[in-house]
Write a protein that binds this ligand. Structure first.
Ligand code: ZN
Length: 494
């Protein structure tokens, strides 16, 4: 029996939390860092002790404004902090400072563009970008029971929420959204984007509904996704699971589910019986924020070139193909290095080719990073000795025909090792095509190898290979092998 199959359209809303790269917490001067002994970065303010008064972190506020501007949002010139009231031990104050309302968050009603996988771009709307504080971490103790580490409590946290109704209808789009949003935050320097360490956390909500239906299905929220892959797999799994529930005649319950990376399935964490009432109200300890238009416009003008604009420029102005341009842009340190090469007169295509092939391979093999800036992100690694000046010089030696691409690879390997200038290495390795010099070597070799010469003249012509080899040896590989072969033959037969 064939049953008519319903086509389902998935809808995915994305909630992303990003810890801001400030030195101190949101409302106190405790340091922001990852790891360390539990409860060593706390004070009366972030512990919510009575009488302690919060002072907002100006840098964190600016970071959210910059992000909101980069996401094409409207800015709330007057924006207030709210208390989100709830009792749970991860926040000692009994409330979390956050921002409530549709047009109160620092940024609202924006969009981000993501590649649509068909060579074009798709706009994903952004509902809001707001500022709040992170919570502490509950931990299971080896001795049994639970403990709480408040080092993370009060760390500035930005929340970016995608638009409603959702524009994302596929797990690939959900992943691409996160990829592009993370890249944007990295370019802005507001978050280190470490999904696996939780400095950036993504909680998609997922529903499916019959195609053409005006109503969205019941959504589930997915947690514990700590890589791009788990976001993609998690959304895929939820979509399939919900379709199976509907196809089986059941109903999908509104619930929060966790992702298990090990067996690639989701599991029930808690059911949402009703929306919790947080009784948001403006925080009486914190003055409303007010921004002037000049301030906002100054920040807008100071935004760096953003990844999508860069990608477009690399293709239209520098004539790189989509794949190459993407490869450079997806790592801001690569992009910066590449641009420095262009400033030093490098040819975009040549530089790019070297970067993504030979250079990338060598960096990979040695675990080195491309620049001092990249080292800031990865302090344990060494910075490569190959500077943009080195790389440009090498490509120019090839273009001008001074060295072959084969020799260039050898020279590159040496530059990578020693940091010597390619032009100096090329001097030593340039081919010798001076006939007189070669004749000299050829005669020396013939004198020293009378047996071989006799054999050749006796009809064993293949010994010429040996003799040519001897000349190459005496020239330390620099003689032009074709010319050596020619001259050798002439001398042997002459
Ligand atoms: Zn503190």
């Amino acid at each position: 029996m064939v049953r008519a199959m319903t086509n389902y359209l998935p809808s995915v809303g994305m909630e992303v939390h990003a810890e801001l790269l400030t030195r101190s917490k949101m409302f106190c001067r405790c340091a922001v860092a990852f790891g360390g002994e539990p409860n060593t970065r706390i004070c009366p303010v972030c512990m919510g002790l009575p009488g302690a008064l919060p002072v907002p972190n100006r840098r964190a506020i600016e970071m959210v404004i910059r992000t909101a501007l980069a996401l094409n949002c409207k800015i709330a010139y007057n924006s207030v902090f709210h208390r989100k009231n709830y009792f749970y031990p991860d926040l000692p104050k009994g409330f979390q400072v956050s921002q409530y309302g549709e047009t109160n968050p620092i940024g609202y009603h924006g969009f981000i563009e993501i590649p649509d996988g068909k060579g074009g771009l798709k706009q994903i709307s952004i509902r809001r970008v707001h500022l709040e504080e992170d919570t502490g971490k509950l931990m299971h103790l080896p001795s049994g029971g639970s403990g709480i580490d408040y080092n993370r409590a009060g760390v500035p946290l930005m929340e970016v929420v995608s638009g409603f109704p959702p524009d994302i209808h596929h797990s690939d789009e959900a992943k691409e959204y996160l990829v592009q949003l993370r890249l944007l935050l990295l370019y802005l320097g507001v978050c280190d984007g470490k999904l696996e360490q939780g400095s950036m956390r993504c909680e998609p909500n997922i529903s499916v509904a019959p195609e053409g239906s005006e109503k969205l299905g019941t959504k589930t929220e997915l947690k514990n996704l700590n890589s791009f892959r788990s976001v993609q797999l998690g959304v895929q799994f939820e979509v399939r699971r919900q379709i199976a529930v509907y196809e089986g005649g059941g109903t999908v319950a509104q619930e929060t589910r966790g992702w298990n990376d090990g067996n690639e399935t989701s599991y029930l964490m808690r059911t949402k019986e009703s929306e919790q009432d947080y009784r948001y109200f403006p925080c009486p300890d914190l003055a409303p924020m007010a921004f002037s238009e000049e301030e906002i416009e100054r920040m807008r003008s100071e935004l760096p070139e953003l990844p999508m604009a860069k990608l477009h420029r690399y293709q239209s102005e520098l004539q790189l193909n989509d794949k190459d341009a993407r490869r450079l842009v997806e790592d801001r340190h690569w992009a910066a290095y590449f641009e420095e090469c262009i400033q030093h007169g490098g040819d975009p295509k040549q530089v790019c080719n070297w970067m993504i092939s030979e250079f990338a391979k060598s960096l990979n093999e040695t675990g080195q990073v491309i620049s001092d800036h990249a080292k800031d992100d990865d302090p344990e690694r060494d910075v490569t000795k190959v500077s943009p000046v080195h790389l440009v010089e090498l490509t120019q030696l090839v273009t001008s025909g001074k060295i072959s691409s084969r020799t260039a690879k050898d020279i590159f390997a040496e530059v990578f090792q020693s940091g010597a200038m390619p032009s100096r290495l090329a001097e030593n390795s340039q081919q010798i095509s001076d006939g007189d010099q070669i004749v000299g070597w050829v005669r020396q070799v013939m004198d020293a190898n009378g047996d071989a010469v006799a054999k050749y003249r006796g009809g064993q012509q293949n010994v010429i290979g040996f003799l040519v080899g001897q000349v190459m040896k005496s020239s330390q590989g620099r003689a032009n092998p074709q010319l050596v072969q020619e001259i050798m033959k002439k001398e042997l037969e002459g």
